[in-house]
Design a protein around this ligand. Structure first.
Ligand SMILES: Cc1cc2nc3c(=O)[nH]c(=O)nc-3n(C[C@H](O)[C@H](O)[C@H](O)COP(=O)(O)O)c2cc1C
Length: 197
């Protein structure tokens, strides 16, 4: 089987708590981001922005998400869940945040509003490219959309380049893990494919 087929079939979401403490080689991660950017992109808008967080920023993001989950602190279950998220996220060895940049007021979007969705599609392609490249290198990952961006401190903590035009596509937690889940069985293709041949 080709490496690409193998990577697609074997890639599974892994829990950040199963990642070992040592972070994967940063040069390699940067290289993989660079490769992953090569995705289909209508109008060549290059919408993805990448924020490769260091240990301190990962901890801060974990703290923010924990606060958000805990809410006003009146529900002990949520407070407990918030503490768990702060640990789970904050102690992850690697976190890459990918945002989708679209200027809604630009001439292009005014003329073609579908660019908003097309940009998001490109960012999603880039995310999957990256997960597969990680898989190939033995790096486990989790794509999360835990809505930490709702925290008022999120934008400043990450240092978003143009917060008014960026939406988070993915928080990609990554690290080395021996805890790989088995391939996932999907429902039969005939339920989803209309083939007129
Ligand atoms: C857009 C997107 C958002 C996701 N957000 C979350 C999330 O917030 N929390 C989570 O546990 N998993 C999240 N996932 C991972 C999915 O739950 C996971 O892909 C799914 O359970 C299938 O498992 P697999 O990736 O191992 O095949 C997300 C995946 C995608 C594509």
């Amino acid at each position: 089987m080709s490496q690409l087929r193998k990577s697609i079939l074997e890639r599974r979401t892994s829990k950040p708590v199963t990642f070992s403490k040592d972070s994967p080689d940063l040069q390699l991660v940067r290289q993989l981001i660079e490769i992953a950017r090569n995705a289909p992109n209508h109008h060549r808008t290059e919408p993805a922005r990448f924020y490769l967080l260091n240990e301190e920023k990962i901890k801060n993001i974990g703290q923010l998400y924990g606060e958000l989950v805990a809410g006003d602190g009146s529900d002990p279950q949520l407070v407990e869940r918030g503490k768990k998220k702060t640990m789970e996220w904050g102690q992850c060895p690697g976190l890459l945040i990918i945002t989708c940049h679209t200027d809604q007021k630009s001439e292009l979007v005014q003329k073609k509003p579908e660019v908003v969705e097309e940009n998001y599609a490109t960012c999603c392609c880039i995310c999957q490219n990256l997960l597969l490249l990680f898989q190939e290198e033995g790096i486990s990952s989790k794509w999360s959309t835990g809505p930490v961006w709702k925290h008022p401190q999120f934008s400043k903590t990450v240092g978003l380049l143009s917060p008014e035009h960026e939406h988070v596509t993915a928080l990609i937690f990554y690290g080395k893990s021996t805890n790989q889940a088995p391939p996932r069985a999907l429902s039969p293709i005939d339920q989803h494919l209309v083939d007129y041949h």
